[in-house]
Write a protein that binds this ligand. Structure first.
Ligand code: UGA
Length: 434
C-alpha cells in the first residue's frame, strides 16, 4: 500500500518506518528542511532502540522516503497518517492547531479518495472536527479514522511490530477494510484489531494512559504511607501484583511519572471532563499527588542536612524521564535539580543518553560528568532519578572511595535496603525504611 505520514516526531517516525518494514511504500513529510535532509541521508533524529536498523534497511530498499512537500504527501498516500504534535495549552487542553491546520491543507489538495488517520493523541470529537474542516474545502470522497498509538518510548519498535491490540475508530466500512489490511501483518499472533466508533477510540487512548498514571500514583501514595508506618513497599507490591486482577506491571513506586504522554494526557482528559461538565475527581488527585511526588526526595535530603544544603555537592544519576530514552520532557530529575540548585547545592550529573538535552536546558549551572563514577568524585551524596540498567549494579567500593561520605538518596528503589546497610551506606529510598 502507499502510505503517507505527516509529521516525523517520535510517533510518526516509528509508524512510518515500521509500516515500510512490512512492504508498504511510505513517504514521511515534515516541514523541518534540515531534519528531512538528515533523514534522507539515513540519520535517525531521535534515540529509539532498534529504529536505526529498520530505518537504514527500508531507506536502502526505497520503501521509506522523506519530503518537505505536503502536496507530495497528500498525492502519494492511499492512507494519510496525521502524527502531528498536540501540545498542552495553557488551560491543560490539547492544542489541535497542527492537526486541524493539516486537515485544511488536505481538504485543499485532495484529488481522489483517501483515508485520513488521526494517530496523534487527540480529545474526543477530533475526528469529527477533522472531517468538518476537510469537508469545507472539498467535495472529494474521504474518510477520517481514529487509530491511537500505544507505543512506549524505548520499546516503540517492538510495541509497533508486536502490538497487544490495534484500536481502529471508524464508521466507514471501506476505511476499516483498508486499515485492517494494513495492520494484518502485525497481529499474526492473534492479538485483536478492535474496531469501534471514532469517539470511543479517541477516549480509549486517554483512558489507558490515565489509568496507568493512576496505578503508578496509587503505588506512590502506598509507598509514602509505608514510610510512615514502617512497612516495605517492595513487599506490598509483590503481595498485590500477584493478584491477576491487579497485575505486576506499573506498580513500581518512585519519584513520579513524567514524559511527553502521561502528564499531558491526564491533564487533557481532566480538562475534557470539565468542558463536558464532568469533574474527574480521581484525575485531579493524580495530578496533585504526582506534582508532590516529583520532589519527594527534597525534604528527605534537606532533613538529612538539617535544612541546609547550601554548598553541598551532589551527584545526580539519571536525567531522562525514564531509561532507554534521551527524552527529558517532564522528567522528575529536572524538578529535583531545580530545587537543589535553588538551595545552593552544586550538582555533578550523568545520564547515558540525555546529557545533550539537559545541557541545552541547564547550561553551565551543572557539572557534566563523563561517566557515572566521575560524577561521584568528592560528592556529599548520590541522588538517583532514573533507573538505567547501568546504575543497578555499581561497584560500591569504588563509590565509597570516590564520595566524601557514603550517602545515597534513591528515587527509583534500585538496591536492596539490607545489602546497602551491609555495604555501609546511608540509603534512603521510596517506601522502604531501613
Ligand atoms: C506511555 C504509555 O505507556 C504508552 O502505552 C503510550 O503509548 C505512551 O505513553 C504515549 O501516550 O505515547 P511512555 O510515556 O513512553 O509511554 O512511558 P512509560 O514507560 O509508560 O512510563 C511513563 C512514566 O511512568 C515514566 O516516568 C516512568 O518512570 C513512570 N513509571 C512507570 C513509574 O513511575 N512506575 C511504573 O511502575 C511504571
Amino acid at each position: 500500500m502507499k502510505i503517507s505520514v505527516i509529521g516525523t516526531g517520535y510517533v510518526g517516525l516509528v509508524t512510518g518506518t515500521c509500516l515500510a518494514e512490512t512492504g508498504n511504500e511510505v513517504l514521511c513529510i515534515d516541514i523541518n528542511e534540515e531534519k528531512v535532509k538528515q533523514m534522507q541521508e539515513g540519520i535517525v533524529p531521535i534515540y529509539e532502540p532498534h529504529l536505526d536498523v529498520l530505518f537504514e534497511r527500508n531507506i536502502k530498499a526505497q520503501r521509506l522516503k522523506f519530503s518537505t512537500s505536503l502536496e507530495e504527501g497528500i498525492e502519494h498516500g492511499d492512507i494519510i497518517f496525521l502524527a502531528l504534535p498536540t501540545p498542552e495549552d495553557e488551560d491543560g487542553s490539547a492544542d489541535l492547531s497542527y492537526v486541524l491546520g493539516a486537515a485544511k491543507d488536505i481538504g485543499k489538495l485532495i484529488k481522489e479518495y483517501k483515508v485520513i488517520v488521526d494517530k496523534s493523541t487527540v480529545p474526543v470529537g477530533t475526528a469529527d472536527k477533522v472531517t468538518e474542516v476537510i469537508s469545507k474545502e472539498t467535495n472529494v470522497d474521504f474518510d477520517v479514522v481514529s487509530n491511537p498509538e500505544f507505543l512506549r518510548e524505548g520499546f516503540a519498535v517492538d510495541d509497533f511490530l508486536k502490538p497487544e491490540r490495534i484500536v481502529i475508530g471508524s464508521s466507514s466500512e471501506r476505511a476499516t477494510a483498508l486499515m485492517q489490511k494494513l495492520y494484518k501483518p502485525f497481529v499474526r499472533s492473534g492479538n485483536p484489531i478492535i474496531v469501534m466508533d471514532e469517539k470511543s477510540a479517541e477516549l480509549t487512548k486517554y483512558a489507558a494512559n490515565s489509568f496507568l498514571a493512576t496505578k503508578i500514583t496509587f503505588m506512590n501514595e502506598i509507598a509514602n504511607f509505608c514510610e510512615k508506618v514502617g512497612a516495605d513497599v517492595d513487599m506490598v507490591r509483590r503481595g498485590m501484583g500477584t493478584d491477576s486482577r491487579i497485575g505486576k506491571r506499573f506498580l513500581f513506586p518512585g519519584i513520579g511519572y513524567g514524559g511527553s504522554c502521561f502528564p499531558k494526557d491526564v491533564k487533557a482528559l481532566h480538562k475534557s471532563g470539565k468542558d463536558s461538565d464532568y469533574t474527574f475527581d480521581i484525575l485531579n488527585s493524580v495530578i496533585s499527588v504526582n506534582n508532590t511526588q516529583k520532589t519527594i526526595l527534597i525534604p528527605k535530603i534537606e532533613s538529612y542536612y538539617n535544612n541546609d544544603i547550601n554548598g553541598k555537592i551532589f551527584a545526580v544519576w539519571g536525567l531522562a524521564f525514564k531509561p532507554e530514552t534521551d527524552d527529558i520532557r517532564e522528567a522528575p530529575s529536572i524538578y529535583v535539580m531545580e530545587k537543589l540548585l535553588a538551595g545552593g547545592a552544586k550538582l555533578n550529573v550523568f545520564d547515558p543518553e540525555a546529557m545533550p538535552n539537559i545541557k541545552r536546558k541547564f547550561g553551565d549551572t551543572l557539572n557534566y560528568a563523563n561517566n557515572m563514577y566521575d560524577a561521584t568524585k568528592d560528592v556529599d551524596a548520590l541522588i538517583i532519578c532514573t533507573e538505567w540498567s547501568i546504575f543497578r549494579t555499581p561497584d560500591f567500593n569504588k563509590l565509597k572511595k570516590n564520595m566524601n561520605s557514603p550517602v545515597i538518596f534513591d528515587g527509583r528503589n534500585l538496591y536492596d535496603i539490607h545489602e546497602m546497610k551491609g555495604e555501609g551506606f546511608y540509603y534512603n529510598s521510596i517506601g522502604r525504611v531501613t
